[in-house]
Structures are given as C-alpha cells and as structure tokens.
Design a protein around this ligand. Structure first.
Ligand SMILES: Cc1cc2nc3c(=O)[nH]c(=O)nc-3n(C[C@H](O)[C@H](O)[C@H](O)COP(=O)(O)OP(=O)(O)OC[C@H]3O[C@@H](n4cnc5c(N)ncnc54)[C@H](O)[C@@H]3O)c2cc1C
Length: 479
C-alpha cells in the first residue's frame, strides 16, 4: 500500500484511492466512485462553467409573493444532478438498501463542485446533510423522506442559527412543544442557506416540557405551512445560494419527526453532521484549485515589459506557493474524510499504522472512552476546516493579485471566487471555535501513541501556513 508521503504532490484520485482502499471499499466500488466523479465533472464543465457569470448577475432573488427563485438554468442543472443522476442515492446507508454513506467520497465530490461554483455545492449538498441526519437516526417514519431526498424530490435546509445564537447554538430561543401527537414549533432563524427555496429541513429548538426548556430538540420539518421567508440577505459572495431569515409560526409536524432523542438533539445530531464541516474544507480546496488554474493561465497570457508576467519572480513565486499548498489542503480534507468514515463505522477515527479494519480494531476503539473517540474525530475535521478555510484566503489574495486591476473587477471569475471563499472561516463553526476544539482534543490525542499530524507528511511550511500559525497560535505543533 502506498503511503500518503509517496503519493506526493500530484495526488488527486490517487489519494482518494489510497484512503478508499484502506476503508476496504472494493476495487469495483472505488471505480464506481471515480466514474461518478467523472460524470459530475462532465456535467459541471458543460452546464455550469459557461453560465457562471450569468448566474452571478441574476443571483437568487425573492419575488413579491416571497417565492425564492434561482436562475432557471441553475435549477435545471440541480435537477439533472439530483433527479436524473440521483446523486444522493449513493449516500443512502447499505442497511437501508443504498450504496453506503462515505465522508471520503463526499469530500472528493465537494472538491469537484467547488472548482465550478460553491453556491451550487451548497444548494445541493445541504440536502445530503438532512438525509444523513435522518438515515443515521433511522426509524420507519423517515423512510418516505429519505426516498424523497434520494430521488431529488426534497431540497434541504438546516435551520440552527438565531440572532443571539451563532457560535453558541445552545442559546437558541426557538421552542418545540408536544401538543398531543404533534410538535408545535416557533422561532426565528437567520442566515439559513437554501431558506425559502428548500422544502424540508432540520429545526433546532428548546425542548419545552411543562412550560420549561429541558435540553434541545432537532425536528425534521417537511411542511411549509407556517414557515415564512421573511427576507433574503444581500451578500458579498455566494450570490446564487439564497441565505434567508425564516420565521416558524405554530408549525405542526408529527411527533415522530424528532431526530435523535428528545432533549439531546443538538449534541447527537451535530455529532453526526461533522461532514458539513469537512464539506467546507473541500469547498476551500476546490476554490483554490480553480484559482490556481485561472492565475496560471492569466500569468502566461498577460504580457508586460515585453514578456509574460509569469516570468517575473513576484508572480512565479506566488504560483509556486499555491501549487505547494493545494496537495496539503487535499490531504487535510481526505484524511478527515477517512477518519470520519472510520469513526462512524465504530473504529478509532485516526490513521492507525497497519490498520486492518477487523473486529479487533473495533474492540480497540471500544476500549477508548466515547468522549475521546468523538474528540479525535472532531480534531481531524476541525484541522481540515481551519487549515483549508484559512489558507484559501491568502491563496485568493495572491491569485487575484496576479490579475492586477482585473482581479478587482467583479465579472472576473477570480474575483467571484475571492468573494465566495470569504465565508468559509465563518460558517460551520468559525475558525476561532475550531482552534478551541483542536486545543481541547489534545488530551484525547495523547491516547494515540503513534499519532502524527497531517502536516508531518510534508516537508517545510508554506507562507500561508506560517501566517495561519501566527494568527492561530493554538494550532502550533498540533495540526
Ligand atoms: C452565507 C452564510 C450561510 C449560513 N448558512 C447557515 C445555515 O444554513 N444554517 C445555519 O443554522 N446557520 C447558517 N449560517 C450561520 C453561521 O453558521 C454563523 O454565522 C456562524 O456560526 C457564526 O455565528 P455568528 O455570526 O452569530 O457569530 P458569533 O458567534 O457572534 O461570533 C462573532 C465572533 O466572535 C468569535 N467567537 C465567538 N465565540 C467565541 C469563542 N468561544 N472563542 C473565540 N472566539 C469566539 C467568532 O469566532 C467570531 O469571530 C450561515 C452564515 C452565513 C454568513
């Protein structure tokens, strides 16, 4: 088996295969994954690339009747991916008759989408997170909804954030209270991606018992009655993905719509949705890959002082630095995907030398306290999230600098990517929160005697890493 070091800088599908094989996917399964990646790339290249500027200008908008509308050609690409190709069906767990959920595969797919449009990725992949929450807190009642997601008939949203509850989601004020056989939901959610456009989502609220909050609930909402789109935010980026304020007013859903256990929804569901953070890390990777492609092309084409600007050291060294950083981003993301897949299968969520994936390894995992296993899983995901979301900021700074004035003009794709990636250190846990999670995980990591950081796979540091460590000293020596 190849090691991550020997895969070197030209990883791509090789690194995917490396980890997929370690996860014991058969060669046939790996080939299926790679074929899906190729099919998706073909669709994105043909149907998305030529439309990016047009979509960006139109954006997602809300009409007088408060309907949220996407550019029509974007909607038809979403339909092709989710309805014709039924991409979500690949993520239905094997126990439920599907292909099996893989975070590693999710990471690789996200990298592809983000090379085209991060908004399109959000518009499609939030549905996957809702499907995941239902499938892994399974009960017969969720079967029709899981089917609707896998057929592309449902589009999802995750309504957690409130005005006073951002990083600290346990401070939500929304309420969920049982009335007979139904939950009654009330509250106002802000910054909800896909809000107003999606038709089924997760709602985080206090669990009200006898008039008092007793923990939190996550409730699956598959009705639109009482769910009102108050407004769409105007944003500096991600123009075609709607970000809405949603007001829930006496929304009624069956009592079986509770996801996980009453009173413990936040912790349980969040633990299962770590893949959303991994997704953000791969949005950063895809954005960086495209930025490099654009910057290289521009640097070769643009002539100043009688020669292509790539021949000037000030330009060439930026390109070299980005080239050096991208394999590291991918390594953080795929390693986190691999670790998460192991975690959700009941193994120690880390790279264990000589791991076999057999029963004895499951026993080894069980000998660790569950809080330590969860901490280690958080560590890998947070490392990928903070590293990728932060370094991509400076990558886009440098890549757009290569464009000179054009880098500041909205209609240039490099400018769009720069605007889009700015949110990556904010949503799915801010960088400051991930720095904290990584520091907190240190104790759990001490339980892994042969633990090594992802960065130890690479020689030396990049300027982007030096900047990251200066800004987040809690990460030094830890990731
Ligand atoms: C485009 C977009 C899409 C979004 N989509 C969704 C969605 O679909 N669903 C959803 O529920 N939410 C969504 N969000 C909300 C997002 O998750 C929150 O904005 C984010 O969690 C931060 O919360 P906040 O904005 O309230 O910032 P705050 O939590 O108020 O943080 C403000 C600052 O304080 C820092 N800070 C806070 N606590 C600590 C701490 N303990 N230690 C150190 N620093 C700290 C933060 O890092 C940040 O720098 C979206 C946001 C945006 C911008």
């Amino acid at each position: 088996m190849q090691s991550i070091q020997s895969i070197g800088s030209d990883q791509g599908y090789d690194l995917f295969r490396h980890y997929a094989t370690k996860l014991k996917f058969s060669e046939e399964q790996v080939d299926t994954f790679l074929a899906v990646l190729d099919t998706i790339e073909e669709i994105l290249e043909k149907k998305v690339r030529p439309k990016i500027n047009e979509w960006e200008k139109v954006g997602a908008y809300i009409d007088d009747a408060k309907n949220v509308i996407l550019p029509p050609s974007m909607q038809s690409v979403i339909d092709e991916i989710t309805k014709e190709n039924q991409i979500y069906s690949l993520f239905v767990p094997e126990e439920l008759g599907g292909f099996g959920y893989s975070q590693l595969f999710q990471a690789a797919l996200t990298e592809k989408f983000a090379q085209y449009d991060i908004s399109l990725h959000i518009s499609t992949f939030i549905s996957l997170s809702v499907l995941e929450a239902l499938a892994f807190n399974y009960k017969e009642h969720f079967r029709p909804a899981i089917d609707k997601f896998s057929e592309g008939a449902y589009t999802g949203y995750v309504a957690f954030t409130e005005a006073q509850a951002g990083s600290n989601l346990e401070n939500v004020k929304s309420t969920s209270e049982l009335d007979g056989d139904e939950w009654v939901l009330n509250g106002t959610k802000i910054y909800i991606s896909n809000g107003g456009h999606a038709n089924a989502g997760l709602f985080l609220a206090n669990n009200i018992v006898d008039g008092k909050p007793k923990g939190t609930n996550v409730i699956f909402v598959d009705t639109q009655e009482g769910v009102n789109t108050e407004r769409l935010e105007e944003k500096s980026g991600l123009h075609v993905n709607p970000t809405a304020q949603l007001h829930f007013e006496n929304v009624r859903v069956p009592k079986e719509n509770i996801v996980a256990t009453p009173g413990d929804g936040y912790r349980k569901v969040l633990e299962r949705l770590m893949g959303m953070r991994l997704g953000v890390s791969m949005q950063a990777t895809g954005g960086a890959i495209r930025a490099l492609e654009l910057a290289k092309q521009y640097a070769n084409d643009r002539v100043q002082f009688g020669k292509p600007i790539i021949e000037f050291d000030g330009v060439a060294r930026k390109i070299k630095e980005i080239e050096k950083t991208i394999p590291r981003m991918r390594a953080y993301g795929y390693t986190a995907g691999y670790a998460l897949d192991r975690y959700y299968r009941g193994y120690i969520p880390a790279e264990i030398p000589g791991a076999t994936g057999d029963a004895s390894e499951k026993m080894a995992a069980e000998s660790l306290p569950s809080v330590a296993r969860t901490g280690i899983a958080h560590y890998y995901v947070s490392a990928a999230k903070i590293y990728n979301a932060e370094v991509v900021q400076n990558i886009l700074y440098d890549a757009s600098q290569i464009f000179g004035g054009a880098g500041f003009i909205s209609e240039f794709e490099i400018n769009k990517i720069m605007r889009d990636v700015r949110v990556l250190p904010i949503y799915e846990g801010t960088s400051e929160i991930h720095e904290f999670l990584i520091t907190r995980a240190s104790q759990a990591l001490n339980l892994l005697p042969k633990f090594k950081t992802v960065s130890s796979n690479f020689e030396g540091s990049t300027v982007y890493e030096d900047f990251l460590m200066a800004r987040f000293p809690g990460l030094v020596g830890k990731i």
